[in-house]
Ligand binder design. Structure first.
Ligand code: AHM
Ligand code: MG
Length: 336
């Protein structure tokens, strides 16, 4: 990692350039994707900030003053990302949690060797109550011949991601990402419109303080999952109780636990046998980040990053966070 102790202000652009210099073989394409994503997130942050004014500026489903139909914010965020990234010549396809099929790169643009998978606005049901929401992204490299990205390219194990990150639109907007060289966080300074390095080389504590799980599903869990969550809550007397914190917005829950340590769980339940979260857009990118920060992620029996996806919108049970806490899940759910 580049040593930045000699200076106090490092923009994301400068950081990306300096990281790239560490790899003489780098073509700059991945850096270009990161710049474009930083730009897209600033645009989304702007829209999210105005969300509470939707009733004043025009409700969704109605027309605004220019006569344009109002769109839901997650659709707007989706379009912002697609438009910011489709013409750079670095991607050969995209996939979004918001869209059923692969998003091709229009024929008039050059195709590159990377694929971008993203959840444009995770937790968007929280927007109406002013709770933080986020964008999550994952970058893979093309493995099939031909210029366009295919389903086979998308269905690679998470361990093959070349970059992953998230943006949290909270009290401040933060972009956190990894390219496999540690995890670095940047906070948006809205007065100058720049992401500034605020959290270099983030590490998740070995043990955590926080437990994030929606236990209203308790009646639908297996006995093993119920016993596991009781363990985390200190109810079986075998460990100290963790503090329960559940925002219900994955990026916000994950971000808090990354900084303070802890575990986020979205177990399978009898109504959702694979849980709720999507492997490619949510579980994999955050698993790459957490591992780079010293943590772990499992579906209960397998390391998330080792799962070979079979479908674009595949779901997976998810336990992610501090290494020692995730190890308890692996131990108690093994064979379950
Ligand atoms: P979404 O992608 O439709 O926004 O759903 C994902 C969200 C996550 O942010 C959050 O962790 C989870 O759904 C909460 O689900 P639940 O309300 O079942 O606890
Ligand atoms: Mg989501």
């Amino acid at each position: 990692m580049v040593n930045h102790t000699d200076t106090s202000v490092v923009t994301i652009e400068r950081f990306i350039v300096e990281q790239e210099r560490l790899y003489p073989a780098a073509t700059g394409e991945l850096s270009g994707i990161m710049y474009d994503l930083a730009l897209a997130s600033k645009m989304i942050a702007n829209k999210v900030r105005l969300a509470g004014l939707v009733d004043i500026l025009g409700a969704k489903g109605t027309e605004n003053v220019q006569g344009e139909a109002q769109q839901k914010l997650d659709v707007i965020a989706n379009d912002i990302i697609v438009k910011a990234l489709d013409h750079g010549g670095r991607l050969c396809a995209m996939a979004s949690e918001e869209e059923e099929a692969i998003i091709p790169i229009p024929a008039r643009f050059r195709r590159g060797k990377y694929l971008l998978l993203f959840d444009p606005l995770d937790g968007s049901s929280n927007i109406d109550v002013n709770v933080p929401v986020g964008t999550i992204f994952s970058v893979l490299q093309k493995v099939t011949p031909g210029v366009d990205g295919t389903l086979e390219d998308m269905l690679q194990e998470g361990a093959r991601q070349v970059a992953a990150g998230y943006v949290i639109y909270g009290a401040s907007t933060m972009l956190v990402y990894t390219t496999g060289q540690g995890v670095h966080g940047f906070t948006l300074d809205p007065s100058i419109g720049e992401f500034l390095l605020s959290h270099p080389d983030m590490r998740i504590p070995e043990h955590g303080r926080y437990l994030s799980v929606n236990d209203s599903y308790e009646a639908l869990w297996t006995d093993e999952v119920r016993a596991l969550i009781r363990r985390y809550r200190g109810l079986d007397g075998k460990r100290a109780a963790m503090n329960v914190r559940y925002v219900g917005s994955l990026v916000a829950d994950f971000h808090r636990n990354l900084l303070g340590g802890g575990l986020f769980a979205y177990p399978a339940n009898s109504k959702s046998p694979n849980g709720k979260l999507r492997l490619l857009y949510e579980c994999n990118p955050l698993a790459f980040i957490v591992e780079q920060a010293g943590g772990a992620a499992t579906d209960g029996s397998r390391r998330i990053l080792d799962i070979k996806p079979t479908e674009l919108h595949q779901r997976s049970p998810y336990y992610v966070g501090s290494r020692a806490d995730v190890a308890i899940a692996t131990e108690m759910l093994a064979g379950g």
